[in-house]
Design a protein around this ligand. Sequence first.
Ligand code: 13P
Ligand code: SF4
Length: 326
Amino acid sequence: MSLMESMPLPALYARIRHHVPAIEWPAYAGDIDAILRLKRERHAVILAHNYQTPEIFHTVADIVGDSLALAREAVNTDADVILLAGVHFMAETAKLLNPEKTVLIADTRAGCSLAESITGADVRLLRERYPGVPIVTYVNSSAEVKAESDICCTSGNAKKVVESLGVPKVIMLPDEYLAQNIAKQTKVEIVAWKGHCEVHERFTPGDIAELRKSYPGVTVLAHPECPPEVVAVADFTGSTAGMIDYVGKNKPARVALITECSMSDNVAVAHPELEFVRPCNLCPHMKRTTLPKIRHALETMTYEVTVPDHLAARARASVERMLAVK
Ligand code: 13P
Ligand code: SF4
């Protein structure tokens, strides 16, 4: 991946003018201009998750995508510095795949309720309890937990990864709902952990019923971190990239993305002709990254994300085994 040629500021504003009123643009433009310059000076690339706000996603990001795409692109970059606009586990994954590069995160407090739900010691206990059963770990986990696992997965490839192992039973952690949703699609028996995404666990089937009543004809797309009862009443379930593809291919006139709030804002930029109904929940961790903090990170080359040597090789192996699954 080579560094993106920056567009002039007016062209960048044109991309987000439906989201950012003209009067607010000067508040963003100074940071955007500085970030574009700093990226060139530092030979840095910005990888941004689909939950980042539009003024990050559509102006300073070089690569955007779901967790799987960001992991894949982290391997391809020829930049010296990767700034991960997302949460800590994503930056850690980028570092695992690029041990020789500098990986930065704009706010060290950008965590994840799933990653915090389990430790390496918990995984070792699971191994003792289920001897010989492979452990499939969602990338929303710490490097310590990845190091204790056999293979990683994302919401975009979980079924494929589980079935690639050719075994009748796997342990899938830490997201209980993702595990239950995948279990419905495969013959492989899945043992789950009790972790939940604090954003997606709040959606209920009642929310979807309410939505269908208030917005007749709405197409409902749900992320697989939602409880199975929510997924059961949605029209489609997929990773954030899966939802974006669905909207691009099917162009539903009225659509609700049952996921984090910035998703609809970002997808709507590409599809102004569609009506996005927005019953979203905000991820406080994703929202910790802002333009001023990205600027500060590139100015000061902080905060560097590192992985202790004793974990790195084993954690990297789990991520690389996932990337090898076609
Ligand atoms: P994906 O982008 O892989 O669908 O993950 C969603 C998520 O919650 C990341 O934190
Ligand atoms: Fe973690 Fe959920 Fe936030 Fe994603 S949306 S970072 S899974 S808390």
